[in-house]
Design a protein around this ligand. Sequence first.
Ligand code: S3P
Length: 186
Amino acid sequence: MSRQHIPVRAKNIVLIGFMGVGKTTIGKMVADKLYRDFIDVDIEIERRYNKTIPEIFAQHGEGYFREIERNTVIDICDNKQCNIVSLGGGAFKQEAIREKCLDSCLVLFLDLSWDHWKERMDLLIENRPVLHNKSVDEVQEIFDERQAIYAEHNARVTTDNLNPEEVADYIVEILKLGWELHQPLS
Ligand code: S3P
């Protein structure tokens, strides 16, 4: 796939990472701080298909969800610029999504350690079909497997011991530094 030539300041900022690391909360904050629009891909899918994510999984299965997830992400990448976009935690399993995002956007990996993540697990299960009927060990297996797909990113942000506001401030800082370095305003 050929590289798209999008000026660095215009590229969408894509947040990746495991379920519940704070992609939506932090993404919204980053968007507010930069006066940009925010898109949560799961919310966008629910809006476009008029069903919740658990309903889509229950009625059509994960395969169908992954197909519409892929189409939605590619559509956003092709038609939006300057947006802050949070991806579902499993989106980067798909090569087409990884390639598209790495080709046309800046991809930031929100990295939370397993020890910190597992404290949040009970709060996350209800709306995450991927976690249903799984033991803690099984979830840890998925968590560990997913680290390989998240390894494909432009920058990693370690979020252990930081609150969402601190993570958002840090992201804004590194974005501004990167923009200035690659596309100075003066
Ligand atoms: C999924 C993560 C969810 C959602 C779907 C599948 C996954 O998004 O896309 O339930 O496979 O990790 P969040 O990461 O926003 O919870």
